[in-house]
Ligand binder design. Structure first.
Ligand code: MN
Length: 336
């Protein structure tokens, strides 16, 4: 398909993260280097923390340039979908994918993909879509063509989805892939700092405020819940992506198995959930809010007030205590 295509569109999910942008741009640089014309089309803006990625400024953003994006899809003779498992993950841009008549390929690591592509590469055991993209590129015999720009984007997705190789990293292969990417000249330390660590002063203060003032702990359920209103976010000059890592922080507490972060947005409440020890937060997100995701990293949107969302979650949590069996440690909990 790549051989017979000349204009290739790469696309990924709404509110794209490092893996979504890394995998699409990683393919783009590779495809450009073998003489194709590849463009990354995203449903909405990518976070500024990824602005260091080569090609970031070339992203076609549907919410900003609807017609241009629509033309790119119409003129494409191949669409490669990265890091999502259902067309609905493209949000309003979904129509472009639905209407595209050219062949479609899906490259993804989320469970249970819809059958919308002509070829589906679905490997939920992989750390990241970027890891899968690297393997495909290598299997296609294109590793030697991979340039530093492509390698940097691919490594960024691996770094962000694995939290710098601290989660989803059981397979020894990924360290070999890491080596192959560093062989291309990637500056891993810089990638980690820019994509994962660095944040604004306001974002750091918002995180501190959320943890010290807004975190509720439910000791018997080994759960933590943080709610942030729109007003609270605005008080800290909230920008998109500022609360990206917040949901993970409560899981750093010994004995906390699952963490929920509810953020009031303009039209809904954004629910993010994280867990440790394979506690299935995707089940909770799907049962309660119609969301989904990975076992230990899931999310949803709730249409209603922040308080309703929080109450619904807290009321339902005891129903899931059965999943805690054998997955808990003594909770170090100090009432202050
Ligand atoms: Mn991913």
């Amino acid at each position: 398909m790549i051989d017979s295509a000349s204009s290739i569109v790469l696309t990924c999910h709404v509110r794209p993260d490092g893996d979504a942008i890394g995998s699409t741009l990683g393919w783009k640089h590779l495809l450009d280097s073998i003489g194709k014309s590849a463009t990354v089309v995203v449903p909405d803006n990518a976070p500024r923390s990824l602005a260091f990625l080569p090609g970031f400024d070339s992203l076609a953003v549907y919410t900003r340039h609807e017609e241009y994006c629509s033309r790119l899809f119409k003129e494409a003779d191949l669409v490669i979908c990265c890091d999502f498992n259902q067309p609905s993950r493209l949000d309003k841009m979904r129509v472009l994918l639905d209407e595209a008549t050219c062949p479609k390929v899906l490259v993804d690591h989320h469970v249970f993909p819809d059958e919308f592509a002509d070829i589906t590469f679905s490997f939920p055991d992989m750390s990241s879509t970027c890891e899968l993209a690297f393997r495909l590129i290598a299997d296609l015999g294109l590793y030697s063509q991979m340039n530093l720009d492509s390698a940097t984007c691919i490594l960024t997705g691996m770094v962000t989805d694995t939290k710098n190789f601290t989660v989803n990293c059981k397979s020894p292969d990924i360290y070999e892939i890491l080596q192959r990417l560093i062989d291309k000249g990637c500056d891993k330390n810089r990638i980690v700092r820019l994509s994962l660590v660095e944040k604004s002063f306001g974002a750091l203060k918002l995180e501190a405020y959320a943890i010290s003032n807004k975190m509720e702990i439910f000791p018997e359920l080994h759960a933590a819940v943080i709610c942030l209103s729109k007003k609270e976010c605005e008080d800290f000059h909230y920008e998109k992506g500022d609360t990206e890592g917040l949901v993970n922080r409560p899981t750093e507490i010994r004995g906390i198995t699952c963490s929920f972060f509810l953020r009031e947005d303009s039209d809904c409440v954004k629910v993010s959930a994280r867990s440790v020890l394979d506690f299935p937060v995707n089940t909770i997100c799907s049962d309660l809010f119609g969301g989904g995701g990975h076992v230990m990293a899931a999310g949803a949107e709730f249409h209603g007030s922040l308080q309703e969302c929080r109450d619904m979650l807290v009321k339902a949590l005891p129903d899931y205590a059965r999943f805690l069996k054998g997955k808990t440690e003594k909770l170090d909990y100090f009432e202050i």
